[in-house]
Design a protein around this ligand. Structure first.
Ligand SMILES: *Cc1c(COP(=O)(O)O)cnc(C)c1O
Length: 733
């Protein structure tokens, strides 16, 4: 017998097979049990997604890249067969070893720097976390940012624990009907099926928390997701002690009315802090990601009053000195506000512990403490309980200082204590492995572990044009194939005509300039700006010399009729014979779709109404993959653009009359696409768009180091976490 026959014979032996399958399953489950699987890569196909996909590609897609659902759906025979067929055994071994090595590593950036935080970590509170599309507890950029924050904290070895809610029905899955109307479904998931485990207290019992309000008590169990070295605790009210309504309190993200919202926030802040304590975690620093979790600071203050006998003012000062607050919303209407009665009904038990009467409690959330008409604003509460406050871009910091100036009436604008930490994205999550391999060839060894260092990126300017262009083309080819399959499948499922389905099967053109636009369809983001004048669009798209294609995706909040209209508009334009197969709307945008789009497009379009995009991060993903941004000078782009690393729409000017602003921005958008983007893309020398590629390389050299989440988390560590915890920093490099 040859060696191969010998192996085949062994595989047929039922006992050997079943032992092998048990071992493989254990390895794969271990891998799936830590979300690290979703971002590590050892190159050459040894990465989590490649391994899981190979086991059953169709099922991998059908489960939306959920390794737990994938493994649950395969019996031992199927698993052993798949591994034998694909020859994955070595890759699985290597992946498990990579996980162990990562978890045990002792040479991370924060090791030896984070002082007392190693014992008393940072508690990072957020209403949403977007770690991976298979864990659907996020709605958009805020959640993805929180997910990236955890991943970078993990990579940097920073002691940090995430605290959030587990939404069994998530945000929602989006479908479009034959008229392009959004429909929402809420498939339920069980946390145990997602590989989450119950958090246990020091005695080994599952942690339970209870939060009382005037109308009852909210009980919750606590699940843990592992995000590399970071623990993410998620509270879930679907427990027997609760009445039916309370059991559904955490069913959906941003689902109910104000009463539901304040209870979710009470649970997140107060319950979250109690969950940490029950799990034996003593946070040294609190980080409130947006105002939703601001009640955590009140709970922290109440403990100090009770346990240390401090006055409320002393307690507030103590808590504030260890609390960081990141605000994300540049419009007053975007901040959570609650009616006074609602606040009193939910916060009185906490206020009593703090020794606050009703007026004093309400004053904490009012800009003007005396104004009895004023609602209770979570941002104001957070601003009063955090000494370190930041917006999420330079421009947004300035906008926030103006917006909240009234809280510091004696100060000049520049003295308002709100700074900024510009958002970034997690490089290993969003950079295509192929691009990473290309960069490995020119950037200094270990560059990905120093992605925040401008110096390591300078060598990107030396990238070989042809090699770069080939990688870019490959990424675009993959995206085009994905879009064709997905768009035509969706059309078939909603019963569109054979003609439409056929056109979508052949959609796009790999050689044409490909523009992408995907984000939440909030109206200020103006998804349909490019479609404002269809004749102008026709000229851009159907120019025989310089064609252009556009792919859109995005969800509108279920109650946002304006946003839903925009979706319909994009859909309808995609059914206009001039644009069929050329302007395409994909449904059910999520992190996975976003990852694919930002890897493959030539140009990423962002045209918010300045200054309403606090930061924006999707364009940063594009930078990491060698695409170019074409954006209004808002959010991160207002500080990132240098004239040669992408394209600016307009000059940052704003107008009071939004109709006028929209008209001007539309004109500027068409002009930049026609006069700058296309000429650069279509001017070739030996088949290469050299000036275009120069901009791509400039994007790496000037943007990549700044707008990644390692840089962001280091900024938080050095500028906020360490000082808040009293950690001395000798050398932070
Ligand atoms: C990156 C990302 C975002 C952020 O988009 P911006 O509007 O550019 O901030 C939102 N949603 C998903 C799914 C993402 O992956």
């Amino acid at each position: 017998m040859t060696g191969r026959d010998d192996m085949d014979a062994k595989r047929r032996d039922p006992k050997v097979r079943s032992d092998e399958a048990t071992r493989l399953r254990a390895q794969l489950e271990e891998l799936a049990g830590n979300l690290f699987w979703s971002w590590f890569s050892k190159g050459t196909g040894v990465d989590g997604a490649t391994i899981f996909r190979a086991l059953d590609p169709a099922r991998w897609e059908a489960t939306n890249h959920d390794p737990h659902a994938l493994l649950d759906g395969m019996d031992d025979d199927a698993l052993a067969d798949a591994v034998a067929r694909t020859g994955l055994e070595r890759a699985i071994d290597e992946a498990v070893r990579a996980l162990h090595a990562y978890l045990d590593a002792e040479d991370s950036w924060a090791e030896g720097r984070a002082g007392t935080l190693h014992r008393e970590p940072i508690a990072y509170f957020s209403a949403e976390f977007g770690v991976h599309e298979s864990l659907a507890i996020y709605s958009g950029g805020l959640g993805v940012l929180a997910g990236d924050h955890l991943k970078s904290a993990s990579d940097l070895g920073l002691p940090l624990v995430g605290v959030g809610l587990f939404y069994r029905e998530g945000y929602f899955r989006q479908a479009l009907d034959g008229e392009g109307r959004q429909t929402e479904t809420y498939p339920a998931v069980d946390p145990a099926d997602e590989g989450l485990s119950p958090v246990r207290d020091l005695a080994g019992a599952p942690v339970r928390v209870a939060v009382e309000h005037e109308e009852g008590t909210i009980h919750a169990q606590v699940w843990e997701a592992r995000v590399g070295r970071v623990r993410l605790l998620l509270l879930d009210t679907d427990v027997e002690e609760n009445d039916a309504e309370t059991r559904r309190l955490t069913a959906r993200l941003y689902g109910g009315g104000h009463a539901m919202r304040i209870r979710q926030e009470l649970l997140l802040g107060v319950g979250g802090l109690r969950a940490l304590e029950a799990a034996g975690i003593r946070p040294g620093v609190l980080h409130l990601n947006e105002g939703h979790s601001a009640f955590a600071a009140l709970e922290a203050a109440a403990r100090r009053v009770e346990r240390e006998g401090l006055s409320i003012e002393e307690a507030r000062h103590e808590v504030a000195s260890r609390t960081i607050f990141t605000t994300h919303t540049p419009v007053p209407a975007g901040h959570d506000r609650f009616e006074p009665e609602l606040v009193l009904a939910h916060l009185r038990p906490l206020a009593e512990r703090l020794g606050l009467d009703d007026d004093a409690l309400l004053a904490l959330g009012r800009v003007d403490a005396e104004d009895e008409e004023e609602t209770f604003c979570m941002t104001v509460l957070a601003l009063r309980f955090a000494h370190r406050v930041n917006g999420v871009s330079f421009l947004h910091g300035r906008v926030s200082r103006e917006m909240w100036a009234e809280l510091w009436p004696a100060r000049k604008r520049h003295e308002i204590p709100i700074g900024h930490v510009t958002n970034g994205v997690h490089l290993p999550t969003f950079m295509a492995p192929r691009m990473r391999t290309l960069l490995d060839g020119v950037l200094p060894t270990g560059w990905a572990h120093r992605a925040w260092d401008p110096e390591v990126w300078q060598a990107a300017l030396e990238l070989d044009d042809r090699a770069l262009w080939e990688i870019r083309h490959g990424l675009k080819r993959d995206l085009c194939a994905f879009v064709r399959l997905r768009a035509s499948t969706e059309a078939r499922e909603r019963g569109e005509s054979a003609e439409v389905v056929a056109a979508l099967e052949e959609a796009l053109d790999e050689d044409a300039l490909l523009v992408g636009f995907a984000r939440r369809f909030a109206t200020y983001k103006r998804a349909a700006l490019l479609l404002k004048d269809l004749d102008a669009l026709d000229e851009l798209v159907n120019d025989p010399e310089r064609p252009m294609r556009v792919v859109f995706a995005g969800k509108a909040h279920p109650k946002d009729e304006g946003g839903k209209k925009l979706i319909q508009r994009v859909f309808e334009v995609g059914r206009d014979p001039r644009f069929l197969g050329k302007v395409i709307l994909l449904s059910d945008y999520d992190i996975g779709v976003g990852r694919g789009l930002t890897r493959g497009v030539d140009v990423w379009l962002n045209n918010p109404r300045r200054p309403l995009e606090a930061s924006g991060t999707s364009g940063q993903k594009v930078v990491l993959n060698g695409g170019l941004n074409c954006s209004i000078l808002d959010g991160w782009w207002a500080e990132g653009w240098d004239g040669e690393n992408g394209f600016a729409i307009g000059d940052g000017e704003v107008h009071k009359d939004i109709r006028l602003q929209d008209a001007r921005d539309h004109e500027a958008l068409v002009a930049v696409l026609r006069d700058e983007v296309k000429p650069l893309f279509y001017t070739r020398e030996h088949g290469l768009p050299l000036e275009w590629l120069h901009r791509v390389k400039r994007g790496f050299a000037t943007l990549a180091w700044r707008f990644n989440s390692d840089r962001m988390v280091r900024d938080y560590a050095v500028g906020s976490y360490f000082p808040a915890a009293g950690v001395q920093l000798a050398d932070h490099r």
